[in-house]
Design a protein around this ligand. Structure first.
Ligand code: PLP
Length: 282
């Protein structure tokens, strides 16, 4: 596999980053994951806009402009022959003598790699996810897409140990989101409910697209926090992310939703989202 590191396309075994890189020492870095369908990038403009927002919130320099980042994405896809999968892009503040203060004038590090994998036909989408419920122990700026992913990593391990697929995290009695996705329920009277945007959750690019498509399809949407009790009593539930699109959730903390199979709203939204993504990918 060919990866991109600070200006060069190199074999992954040849790629190097300084041990003083603040991404490595302090998780002082941000990232984006863009899905690839038919060799094209899905929602790329949205991912670029969020990257710029994450960088601005951390007063971190951009490693390159939008056009250059886009051409690096394309070149890497071509070199690795990726038609379906993901592009991971990470920007860190760069290498500097270790200090809590941001260094002056460090050059940001830029790393990209690809992952080839099926996104449309996946067993999890057909079967639906079973989630456990955990306290949300992450920091208070989850709207910034940083590389500090140990809390969600621990949550995924707990889900696996419990024989389940993922975890929904709860803060002050309300669901924030999944470990790597935004969380939704569909009420018995048909409203789609998902937490409103704030510092408490990542502003999902897939979330924005799915809510837009749902509105266009005349579905009712309520952006507000919801509890686990409300979710367990809901008609259905689902999650969204760039790597999973829309995935049904069929069980929450041991309680099956409906008949325990993927619900019609989640299945329909997945279809609508995938067909729109195939049309609009660039
Ligand atoms: N929430 C968290 C914590 C995430 O890590 C992710 C994606 O990785 C999402 C939500 C979904 O965001 P997006 O749709 O932009 O992939």
């Amino acid at each position: 596999r060919i990866v991109y590191v600070n200006g060069a396309f190199v074999a992954e075994a040849e790629a190097t980053i300084s041990v003083f890189d603040r991404g490595f020492l302090m998780a002082d870095g941000v990232y984006e994951v863009t899905s690839v369908l038919d060799g094209r990038l899905v929602d790329f403009a949205g991912h670029m806009a969020r990257l710029e927002r994450s960088l601005a919130e951390l007063e971190m320099a951009a490693p390159a402009g939008r056009e250059e980042l886009e051409s690096i994405h394309r070149e890497l896809l071509a070199r690795n022959g990726v038609t379906e999968g993901l592009v991971y892009m990470q920007v860190t503040r760069g290498a500097a003598d270790r200090d809590f203060l941001y260094p002056d004038g460090a050059a940001p590090s830029l790393v990209l790699f690809t992952q080839s994998k099926p996104l449309i036909d996946t067993p999890a989408a057909a079967r639906g996810l079973k989630v456990i419920v955990l306290d949300d122990i992450r920091w208070g700026r989850r709207d910034i897409k940083t590389v500090q992913l140990l809390a969600p990593s621990m949550a995924k391990m707990a889900a696996k140990a419990a024989g389940k697929d993922d975890a929904w995290m709860v803060e002050d009695g309300f669901v924030t989101e999944g470990t790597s996705n935004n969380a939704y329920i569909v009420t018995r009277d048909g409203a789609i409910v998902t937490r409103d945007l704030s510092h408490s959750i990542l502003h999902g690019i897939t979330r924005a697209a799915v809510l837009r498509l749902a509105r266009e399809a005349q579905m009712r949407i309520e952006e507000r926090p919801f509890t686990i009790a409300e979710a367990q009593d809901a008609a259905e539930a689902f999650v969204t992310s760039a790597s999973s699109f829309v995935q049904p959730v069929v069980e929450i903390d041991g309680t099956a939703l409906g008949d325990g199979t993927p619900g019609p709203v989640a299945r329909r939204l997945r279809e609508i989202y995938v067909s729109e993504a195939l049309k609009s990918a660039v």
